[in-house]
Design a protein around this ligand. Structure first.
Ligand code: ZN
Ligand code: ZN
Length: 400
């Protein structure tokens, strides 16, 4: 079968040994070049006068003899950044891919391997030896993208991810950079040409030092939920993952960065527990609802029997909460069910509550009822108008 098809192909096209052998690449484990050579020699014996395509002529119909020229792109590999592992990609011109597909169709070549696969494999071996780094199929530090037909090399440096927890010690700053609603970041009179709603954010106070240390070009801040702008984040801090893009240095000194970030942000933001993590943790951090403990100051002074009533009522209590009025313009309108595990009142302070609950519950609305969009609420239980005056997160569950 192989010989018959090879004969038909060579009757019409000039192929190099790589490309001839590759048409049957999925049949055996030998290299394509070796297989091509064997096929050609056998055909020469059987059909000595087939035609002169049996001789190795140039240029190869499919690859244009790229295997002979591949050195010219390999010598251009000269990465000027740190990495331990790489993956290889090759960019092949469309017309070559089309020729290969045409051949497959015309001659019914169901065991054809494509040129890209062979180039990746063959060049990957050579490059690994030359640069002395580990070849990896996933979670590689960098993808080296070769353009063998243009003798060009591109590097796609994968981000590094740093996990940590942050405390926000002042009110009035958002977690992440918040673009100006009017100009969407271009800069206008409303935002004083900054393009932002707020001068500072937790993200902007933390990220730049990391980007600088890693010689990256950008970053993304992924928080495990977020507190309102006017809410402090105290206690053990909120988990986050900082993604540093295109880092030229991967082994950054996290202990040193933690100290530096905390020194320049004293009294504003504090970070702790930094560690390198895999990309997968980003989605995990963003999507897990961690249980929380809040401290709230409310707008009325609770009588002793009201304190007792609240504590008794909000004991493993399910709360049905529609998206709050204040955020409905930017969040989907849906009803979420979250639990309040307990509410503790204070002996000394009649306006103070400690609320233990699931993540994702809006506390200001749990207190006010939000025009009956949150059920039940503290206002409803007491039959009074009550608002949240001040709110802090004092603890977040440890696990992520
Ligand atoms: Zn070829
Ligand atoms: Zn603006």
């Amino acid at each position: 079968m192989i010989l018959k098809k090879s004969k038909e192909i060579l009757r019409e096209h000039i192929l190099c040994n790589h490309c001839l052998g590759r048409q049957f690449g999925k049949i055996s484990t030998s290299t394509n070049q070796r297989r091509g050579e064997v096929i050609r020699n056998l055909l020469r014996c059987i059909y000595p006068d087939l035609n002169n395509n049996l001789d190795l002529q140039k240029p190869c119909f499919i690859c244009g003899d790229i295997f002979e020229r591949s050195d010219s792109v390999i010598t251009k590999i000269n990465p000027e950044f740190e990495f331990n592992s790489f993956h290889l990609g090759t960019k092949i011109p469309e017309d070559i891919i089309r020729k290969e597909e045409m051949l497959k169709e015309n001659f019914g070549l169901e065991y054809q391997e494509n040129l890209k696969q062979e180039l990746n494999r063959e060049l990957g071996k050579q490059i690994g030896d030359i640069i002395g780094k580990e070849f990896k199929r996933e979670k590689e530090d960098v993808t080296i993208l070769l353009h063998p037909y243009d003798s060009k090399v591109e590097y796609l440096i994968n981000p590094i991810f740093v996990y940590g927890r942050y405390n926000k010690l002042i009110r009035g700053i958002p977690q992440t950079k918040w673009l100006c609603r009017k100009c969407k970041g271009k800069g206008c009179s409303r935002c004083n040409r900054t393009g932002k709603m707020y001068d500072e954010s937790v993200e902007e106070l933390i990220s730049p030092l990391f980007v600088e240390a890693a010689k990256g070009n950008d970053s993304s801040f992924h928080g495990a939920g977020r507190e309102d702008i006017d809410v402090l984040m105290l206690g053990n801090g909120r988990p986050f993952v900082l993604e540093i893009k295109s880092p030229k240095i991967r082994e950054i000194d996290l202990k040193k960065l933690e100290t530096e970030v905390n020194a320049i942000n004293e009294g504003k933001v504090f970070i702790s527990g930094l560690t390198f993590v895999e990309k997968e943790l980003v989605e995990k951090v963003k999507n897990t609802h961690l249980k929380k403990i809040y401290r709230a100051e409310i707008s009325i002074c609770l009588a002793d029997e009201e304190k007792k009533k609240i504590e008794e009522f909000f004991n493993d209590r399910e709360i049905y909460q529609e998206t709050p009025n204040r955020v409905i313009h930017r969040r989907a309108d849906k009803t979420r069910i979250r639990k309040v595990y307990k509410v503790l009142t204070s002996k000394e302070n009649c306006t103070s509550l400690e609320i233990h609950c699931d993540g994702g519950l809006y506390i200001k609305e749990l207190i006010s009822g939000d025009e009956e969009r949150t059920n039940p609420s503290i206002a409803e239980v007491l039959g009074k108008n009550i608002n949240c005056v001040l709110l802090d997160v004092i603890s977040i569950e440890e696990k992520v």
